[in-house]
Design a protein around this ligand. Structure first.
Ligand SMILES: [Fe+2]
Length: 153
């Protein structure tokens, strides 16, 4: 996924490229059991990074990566996620695109392949499944904007 972020660097301003790569390395840190207090990894990861003095821009990107606001709503954690301001930016779009065009083993996926892969792993009543059913078109736009910025489409 960090490798994919390198490929997508041109979709953000030059001064933001290091931030994109750093956020790509850190985005799933909230899965670490020692810091996974709420079991909602974008929130746990962002709190951990904030408490350890990481720059606000990286903390906020981790908090909001890959449709976290949709899953927070599904899990009743929207007010907790609101500790971290949401900024709809090319940087967040590129982070999302890097995450959602990479498979769980680092393989290259299209956005639709990745969505189908996620939905196939969770039962329809799981919050993750419900989240992605709602978030898919919205997050798809973030991926598409990144592709336009790269001149891929
Ligand atoms: Fe994640």
């Amino acid at each position: 996924m960090a490798e994919r972020a390198h490929e997508l660097k041109a979709a953000v301003r030059e001064e933001d490229q290091d931030t994109l790569v750093a956020a790509a390395w850190l985005h799933d840190i909230g899965y670490a059991p020692e810091i996974g207090h709420t079991q909602f990894h974008p929130l746990d990861g962002a709190r951990y990074l904030r408490d350890n003095g990481w720059p606000e821009v990286i903390v906020n990107l981790v908090a909001h990566h890959s449709g976290a606001r949709f899953e927070a709503a599904e899990r009743g954690l929207a007010s907790e996620l609101a500790e971290f301001p949401f900024e709809d930016s090319p940087l967040l779009d590129a982070l999302v695109a890097a995450d959602l065009t990479t498979g769980p083993a680092g393989q290259r996926f299209t956005y639709d392949e990745r969505m189908d892969e996620i939905l196939s792993r969770y039962s329809p009543d799981d919050p993750v499944h419900k989240t992605w059913t709602k978030a898919r078109p919205v997050i798809g736009e973030a991926v598409a904007r990144t592709q336009v910025r790269l001149g891929e489409v």
